[in-house]
Write a protein that binds this ligand. Sequence first.
Ligand code: AMP
Ligand code: ZN
Length: 500
Amino acid sequence: MSLQEFEPLVLFNTLTRKKEPFVPYNPPYVGMYVCGPTVYSNVHLGNVRTFLNFDILFRYLTHIGYKVRYVRNITDVGHLVGDGDEGEDKIGRIAKLEKLEPMEIVQRYTNDFHEVMATFNILPPSIEPTATGHLIEQIEAVQKLIDKGLAYESNGSVYFDIARYNEFGNNYGKLSGRVLDELRVETRELEGQDEKRNPLDFALWKKAAPEHIMQWNSPWGMGFPGWHLECTCMSSKYLGTSFDIHGGGMDLKFPHHECEIAQGTALNGKEPVRYWMHSNMLTVNGQKMSKSLNNSFLPKELFTGNHPLLEQAFSPMTVRFFMLQSHYRSTLDFSNEALRAAQKGYRKLANGARIIKTMEYESQPESEINEKAKNDIEQSIRRFYDAMNDDINTAVAIAQLFNLLKYINMLYTGQLKYAAIGEDTFKQLETKFLYFFHDILGLIEEKPTGESIINGMLNLYKEYKAEKQYDKVDEIRTYFKNQGLVIRDMKHRIDWAYDE
Ligand code: AMP
Ligand code: ZN
């Protein structure tokens, strides 16, 4: 793909609150950082939505020719219950409850996260750094901020000095649009503010109480790093001190990303990120899906249908498709009805992908070109790109895919002759449809598993046997044999087994 052909890509930048042409610092290279999960519990479907949205961006940027270095971290320390500066570490709390080493908790939920990402066909990032793997960088950054007079130590903890930062002409609050005076009122009541010069100052390093299990030595005594600082250190280490795209869920805008901007700017004297992108929330009855609100589903519950809010099971690709039907900046409300509609839509497209792989162009020299059909196909391909270029509008892009599907079905049933659209347009239809479906939207065909086919054949065997159709019975036995299996026809039951 050529970069020129599909430019301009326009992305909504939370920082400027408008859509802007995407111009990377150093094309064709793109640096993209997305805040990863805090690995203290199984990822829920809301988390999946955010990672899926950035998977699409990663895929699309790659598809149009950029060389993307995609960094998505694992938060394995420093994220405190309540997202503030006080309280227990989310991971440490679970480790204590389960009497496990915190790294066992981290490993368990990192494994779960990877498994879930793979199930939804969400690509792995280029680099997946962990916060505990970057303590040296974080301690160095804290020291640098103290040396610059933008952070201060207080009782073994180190805080970022917001008033001082703003004195240098900066504007803490510019990303989230929060006004300092309002914030002051909100934070006044919080406990543990007495160590701070200003209640808004946030922790870069926290002193650890003796019972706090995750702690490390530092110039300020035993402690642990602040959650916001982790992302600043990991992003700048792998992408540089000013990089192209930083993403995360809408709920991370404040304080997490606001603090990242302040830290990056304070450390390096320049804007750390060019485009801030935020993915909106998956909601249930209008409320954010969240573990603490007790309204979250685990992917596993969705695949089995085993949840009070679910009327049936839904497959990973149905869910992926369901999420892509909404624009990433809109909220998306979960409902059985919407998922059922998505199941239908996904399967229609999957059928299109399946059949077009089997179709071959047939030339008919005397056939006339159907200009309308030919143009419509070419326009739809163009409009797919236009939609993606318009701030990754997957909802509109999918509508174009359905239009292309219409022509695939017409060719398949013979309603439209191949020669009526010409070989070039047919080739475009074939390659683009598959590219859009598989590579950009990341959808894959969900073929029936071997087990379900075997069980179906076994049922047929039972029926033929009851009807005494022994030639069919033998045919099925041969089918099993060819698969390396045998039918065990016992007195009390009929089952299959591996042919030993
Ligand atoms: P956490 O592990 O809590 O830090 O969350 C991981 C990612 O999931 C963050 O980018 C959150 O913004 C995002 N997230 C959490 N809840 C939801 C939700 N209901 N819908 C979409 N994204 C969410
Ligand atoms: Zn982060």
